[in-house]
Design a protein around this ligand. Structure first.
Ligand code: SF4
Length: 466
């Protein structure tokens, strides 16, 4: 994919897309603000969430081993995956071992991150998405554009078209005469998915949290489709990033308050499913947990960037971001769009491609993302930190080195200011272009240069006293 400025240009020019995004993000944003304002101790909760995550990340090795022991004692199997290839291989082998050729999936960002559906497809296994928004994305042969609402860029008329045109290719077709009323669309999806749940024997999920003390995995969702996935099949395979562990149930309680209010603007999410190993006569008979690293250990090693691993994927930062609102999620070229994507993706994938190197610049640094983040990730600081790590053109590096030399000593800077004052009539109001700097100079005027630099004026008048 091209760098972010180019990849976002098409979305920014699509007025329908911008309308859909604006309407959806502003609605969720308003709901979030209302329910957060209800809690007098929201800031204390936020600080607690941050502290728990920081403590867990500092002791991640200990809590992951505790988690592995608890899952195994409860009858589950734990697999460690260093990268996407290893995780895909483990899951594919586990599905093949069941003899099945199809699986149902609960919405999971980790499996999107590793491209699991594509890997399963290559192995002759069909993955059926069951989250309503993911279903829309899959039927439309589309890509998710939001963490929480992957089909946020679609309106209901478009969804109706997708259902009518493509549902039949994946199973039960949409009913004749389907309208674009949300209830009718939801009912069509429910009937389509119900058949799938009752006939599929293997499920693949992610998890919002893993509780180390009991080996329990937790999924929060709104529709109940996730719970069907987690309970009806015979085999359940959960692929979860290693940073999702929390030490105790008491810690979990903090996030069960922070997440729904930050994500859907609800006091509590409609469905919270928890599962611990296997229980005879209840739920899946076999349970596998695939613990995914895929770059997270490297992120952990960066003292500034590691706070991105605190993320609980609520998407509040997307909903307030002026850049996301216009660019949409696809422009970020990653399963993680918006402000969190701009700091997480370049850390997980590196900055070797033009797109990944441009992501730390996909922000106005307004700080709205930091204000709403329920675990207080200082996204603007991480963005600036990553900009320093990103590759730069030789000319840009030379200019920055010169600026650094100049600004390092007050007398040097003062001398240049005096020179600029003397030459001010020769300096144009607009920087010359076009050229390599045109993207910067075309949209900015050079401010008028005063006849006397401020420092000289200050010295001459003793700060305006004379
Ligand atoms: S960075 Fe913060 S606001 Fe954004 S998705 Fe993660 S937890 Fe939510």
């Amino acid at each position: 994919m091209p760098a972010f400025p180019r990849s976002s240009a098409r979305a920014a020019a699509d007025s329908q897309l911008r309308f859909n995004l604006r309407k959806a993000t502003h609605t969720i944003r308003g709901k979030r603000a209302n329910v957060v304002a209800e809690l007098p101790d929201w800031l204390e909760l936020r600080a607690a969430g941050k502290a728990i995550k920081d403590h867990t990340l500092r002791n991640l090795d200990r809590y992951l081993i505790q988690l592995e022991r608890a899952v195994t004692e409860a009858g589950g199997h734990v697999h460690w995956a260093a990268d996407a290839d290893e995780a895909n291989r483990i899951v594919t082998d586990l599905v093949k071992a069941t003899g099945e050729t199809s699986v149902v999936k609960v919405k999971s960002m980790a499996t999107q991150e590793i491209g699991l559906n594509e890997a399963l497809h290559e192995a002759g296994i069909t993955a059926y998405e069951t989250d309503l928004a993911e279903l829309i994305v899959q039927l439309g042969d589309d890509r998710p554009s939001h963490i929480l609402v992957p089909a946020i860029h679609r309106n209901r008329a478009e969804i109706r078209e997708i259902f009518l045109d493509h549902m039949g290719e994946w199973g039960r077709p949409a009913p004749d005469g389907l309208g674009d009323d949300p209830r009718a669309l939801a009912e069509a999806a429910r009937l389509h998915l119900r058949e799938r749940f009752l006939t599929t024997k293997v499920a693949i999920s992610g998890a919002n949290f893993m509780v180390a003390e009991t080996g329990t995995l937790v999924v929060l969702e709104s529709e109940g489709n996730g719970r069907m996935c987690l309970t009806l099949p015979e085999t359940l395979i959960s692929v979860v990033g290693i940073e999702k562990v929390v030490p105790t149930w008491r810690d979990l309680e903090v996030f069960l308050q922070l997440l729904p209010r930050s994500s859907t603007g609800e006091r509590m999410n409609p469905y919270t499913s928890t599962w611990t190993g296997v229980t005879p006569g209840d739920g899946p008979r076999e349970f596998h947990l695939v613990l995914l690293d895929n770059g997270r250990t490297d992120v952990l090693a960066d003292e500034v960037g590691r706070q991105a691993l605190r993320c609980i994927r609520c998407s509040a930062c997307l909903n307030v971001c002026p850049v996301y609102e216009r660019a949409g999620g696809h422009a970020y070229g990653s399963v993680y769009p918006g402000p969190i994507g701009a700091i997480l993706t370049p850390q997980l994938r590196g900055m070797d491609t033009p797109l990944d190197a441009s992501l730390p610049y996909a922000s106005s640094l307004c700080g709205a993302c930091y204000d709403v983040c329920p675990v207080a990730i200082d996204i603007p600081t991480v963005l600036v930190h990553l900009r320093a790590r990103a590759p730069h053109e030789p000319a840009e590096r030379a200019v920055m080195r010169a600026a650094s030399w100049l600004l390092a000593r007050a007398n040097r800077f003062g001398a240049v200011q005096r020179l600029a004052s003397r030459l001010r009539r020769l300096i144009p109001r607009r920087a010359p272009g076009p050229g390599p700097l045109a993207a910067w100079t075309d949209t900015r005027d050079i401010p008028p240069i005063p006849a006397e630099p401020f420092r000289d004026w200050w010295d001459r008048t003793e700060g305006g006293a004379r």
